[in-house]
Design a binder for this molecule. Sequence first.
Ligand code: F1P
Length: 291
Amino acid sequence: MPSYTEDELASQPACWRRAAALPQSVQNLVPHTNEPIAVVGCGTSWFIAESYAHAREEGGQGWTDAFPASEFPRDRQYSRVIAISRSGTTTEVIELLKQLSATPTLLITGVAESPATEFANDVIVLDFADERSVVQTRFATTTLALLRASLGEDIGELAAQAEVALELPIDELLTADQVSFIGRGLAVGLAREAALKTREAAQFWAEAYPAMDYRHGPIAIAQPGRLVWSLGPTPDGLMDDVRLTGATFVCHDLDPLAELVIAQRFAVEAAKRRGLNPDAPRSLTRSVILR
Ligand code: F1P
């Protein structure tokens, strides 16, 4: 029987389409152009924040910072802060929202009336993308699809690419003993998420770097039997530099968000091959609630 994680990751194209089709009143809650904003979250939600921050600035929508909720710089002023939390129970997110009472906030969550909703000015509930699995797949990517839709991106095309990503063969990749994910721009956060997924689901050694920084040290890890996996376009010459190490260079010419879907599949399959249940990741819970 497939795990919850497998079912949920397979439903991503449908979830992304649904997010893009949410009513205008929901889309309007996403900050407008030229507002300086910050986006926060923990774990996966932070990496989604990071990816959106790049996409919003690249899209000319204005200054956008991303922070783990625990590291928000208290003295900075933003027009608005977006908090991302699937569970709406993560302690650092709730504490930050409480402290930001003078700043307009938007919470994007999977759970209506979760504790964090009490402390946010506006709330977008993506309950159709909520998950039974501890490791996040579709809530995170659906949040990013919604946010990228607000930048005018064609989510139908992204969803079509995700459908391709769900079918591509990955067997040959699964013999590797280590993977480094790399990317540029909005793919930096997604590379970090791909590596987190692989560590969370499979206890597999995975790292992530901005692609141009990869030659500045991390390439020393590359060797035969290891992967360097590019999400999105690769800087000139980097593929050749990686191949010289004997490592396998991986890329599929897809949008980085669709490429993340392949990495999620890799993480789940790697877990199964190690005899692990991807629905029961070691030492993890659905959210971190500090007491
Ligand atoms: C955030 C999160 C997850 C992570 C782990 C603990 O949860 O850090 O990304 O995989 O299970 O919780 P949330 O605030 O988005 O609910």
